[in-house]
Design a protein around this ligand. Structure first.
Ligand SMILES: NC(=O)C1=CN([C@@H]2O[C@H](COP(=O)(O)OP(=O)(O)OC[C@H]3O[C@@H](n4cnc5c(N)ncnc54)[C@H](OP(=O)(O)O)[C@@H]3O)[C@@H](O)[C@H]2O)C=CC1
Ligand SMILES: O=C([O-])CC(=O)C(=O)O
Length: 268
């Protein structure tokens, strides 16, 4: 069997961890390339033996078996439609970009046209299987809370007049719908979008965003109730050592999705 060919979009905290793991994977192994935007400051971090691609023609020439986006909402808008139109499966982490209905429709249309497939990662969250199972419940109520330490919200806290290093009590940054949360916080609320898409949609998924100096990591709480029962889930993730906004586990979740993608046995 020949090596599996994977294109990573972006080369930051998450993509770097993925590349590190795939580069040492056992037979048949992985051949990796990285798609970056022109003039990207990340180019210097990409290992010398990994080609840097500059657009969809270069992606097509590399002929990947899978594309993985770990770059942000902009990359979903700029690069993912062309990959789908090329007929490629594209695993995205920046699911919050799909709060934009027009972009979502464009991605679906590109996938249908080209034969590609948009794969949504569970990322920092769990329990999406349960939420998918209850998504048609008549009495479904779904609420998500993100609670992260000040390091994850430094710029936002400063904009509100708080000193992140001196925050003594929790600050609720937002309460509202998953659509608004995903739009307002592109780097921190992708999991809210994943939950909304697994469940009752962007308007019917409630979200609270709290910055808490006592938070035990990047914590995520999901509560669902319906005629089928209740679910309560709490995850306390270690922040990524290189980006405190992102949980360290996200790359592992994407790697698990890569395994599923190439495995003849799939857990649904
Ligand atoms: N679903 C989930 O659970 C989670 C999803 N995420 C998503 O993953 C993204 C990446 O997270 P993380 O690795 O921590 O972020 P980093 O900031 O560490 O890295 C982002 C990388 O993406 C590149 N990039 C940014 N914009 C583009 C673009 N338009 N096209 C190509 N490359 C681009 C950056 O390069 P440059 O040097 O050019 O800026 C950089 O290499 C987040 O922005 C978020 O959307 C994050 C955490 C959890
Ligand atoms: O990594 C996390 O804890 C969640 C996150 O940033 C996101 O959903 O975008």
């Amino acid at each position: 069997m020949s090596a599996r060919r994977v294109v990573l979009i972006g080369y930051g905290a998450i993509a770097g961890d993925i590349a590190e793991a795939l580069r040492v994977a056992r037979e048949p192994g992985y051949a990796l390339a990285v798609l970056l935007r022109p003039g990207s400051s990340s180019a210097g971090r990409v290992p010398k033996d990994m080609p840097i691609l500059d657009g969809s023609d270069a992606v097509a020439a590399f002929a990947p078996d899978l594309v993985i986006e770990a770059a942000g909402h902009g990359a979903v808008r700029e690069s993912v439609p062309a990959c789908l139109a090329l007929g490629l499966p594209v695993l995205i982490s920046s699911i919050g970009a799909l709060h934009d209905d027009a972009l979502y429709a464009d991605l679906v249309a590109a996938a249908r046209r080209g034969g590609g497939r948009l794969l949504l990662a569970s990322g920092a969250l769990g329990g999406l299987d349960y939420v998918r199972a209850v998504c048609h419940a008549k009495q479904l109520e779904l609420r998500y809370e993100s609670r992260k330490p000040p390091a994850a919200w430094a710029a936002e806290l400063r904009a509100l007049g708080h000193d992140p290093a001196a925050l003594a009590v929790p600050v609720t940054l937002f309460s509202g719908t998953a659509r608004e949360a995903a739009a307002r916080y592109p780097q921190n609320l992708n999991v809210a979008a994943a939950l909304a898409l697994a469940g009752p949609g962007f308007e019917a998924t409630g979200v609270d965003v709290v910055c808490d100096p006592a938070a035990s990591g990047n914590t995520h709480v999901v509560r669902a109730s319906s005629e089928f029962g209740t679910m309560s889930l709490e995850i306390a993730n270690q922040p990524s050592p290189t980006n405190p906004k992102s949980s360290w586990i996200v790359a592992q979740a994407l790697l698990a999705a890569v395994d599923q993608h190439f495995c003849p046995v799939v857990m649904m």
